[in-house]
Write a protein of this length. Sequence first.
Length: 509
Amino acid sequence: MGDDDQDGIEESGRGPGRRAVFVAGAATALTLGSVTFASAAGQRRQTRTVRGTLPAGSPDFVYVPVDVPAGVRELRVAYAYDRPAVPAGTAGNALDIGLFDERGTALGGRGFRGWSGGARTEFFVRADDATPGYLPGPVRAGTWSIALGPYTVAPQGLAYELTVALEHGEPGAAPVRRYPPERARGRGRAWYRGDCHLHSWYSDGRRTPAEIAALARAAGLDFINSSDHNTHAAHPHWADEAGDDLLILLGEEITTRNGHVVALGTDPGTFVDWRYRARDNRFGEYARQIRRAGGLVVPAHPHATCVGCGWKFGFGEADAVEVWNGPFTADDEVALAAWDGLLVAAARGGREWLPAMGSSDAHRDPDVVGLPQTVVLADDLTRTAIQDGIRAGRSYLAESRDVSLAFTATGGRGLRAGIGERLRVAPDAPVTVRLEVDGAPGCVPRLVTDEGVLLTGDPLPSGGAGVLQWRTTAAYAAYVRAEVRHPATAPPLPGPPAALTNPIFLGAR
């Protein structure tokens, strides 16, 4: 066994070839000295351990090169780091980890072999298998890189230990990759329910794809989207869970240090890099990559308060935005208000508008798959039809399968528009807005326009069904959207929603 020290950025450790290299471009990175192995020389297994300390203010990514000789069957990495006590309100240590192979660490991920963030303390890769979150494939000779991501560093610094083990021998056979079909048995043009932000054990979730699929079916969902953090390793493992009754889309939650974005419904095997900040001006490039791969760009929980969660890339590249993430909380209320401000600007400026979505972001028990769900009017239950409906905003958000809505605006001469559509009428022409609700007993329906909440109905009866109707004009309301809220627990703040709709726009523009 070898044993080397790597003492922080100054690199005062004992091993040979120590160097510290700052890499410009993507969020600042640091490359340390290599972990070296001799040729196999008849050995079955070789192990090296290195230690170091990262100071507060460390770069976003620290790469530890590993020189891998020929003839390696399996590469295995284990790591640990200290968690010292810190003052109240001060971030402690949190260290993420991943792996790049001999093709390098350049942005774009050509050498990407996996990422587990902080969810695991060890992982392996070999030709026939890999730890969840990592990609099976041959362990070729060359310089590999362990990627360390100091998510937060305590004032005392972050002391870490890495143990790298190489097992020599013949590689196994590569697994056959299968992916879910892009079509399920639909009902033609209809409303389909889905949850597009879910995490499995292929990142930091605790559920298998089979368990998630079973929960999705139990929640009455028609489609889901795989969105593990910073890895596409789960994609082939969803094939057995799809069926005529459940469409499974493939994607990723790109988890940067300046916000998270869900890639929704990309081509199988698509990996999207996450190693950049807003200041690097890289997001547009990767948003375009998502679209080239057939996916949608959906900023997730844009006003969440966790470190790195707040969205700082703007919405110019977004196809939709997640305004309701899991159980409705204060940051969702802020996201909803901010989205409404975007609607006002779009309506009054004649610009394109950004649809809203809701997803569970479920990771483990007791997280509820399908709380909330996005209910989409689509031509069929296919990848492209669902994406078209989401992109057009023909959707509403509901807390469960029990809640359903019908929301329309009608004008003279038989003119009619539904959710996400425009009713083209003269400014002073009378318009009737009608909201029908089912499955929301005791909830309060209300209509929101670019002027604010303009109509609030009575609480719905115990049966949960009711109608709210309103007459207006395009001059008075540039758009109308509906909310169905539970009773307020802390007036004057509204209660959490049972359902929210995308808007109907009024006027000839």
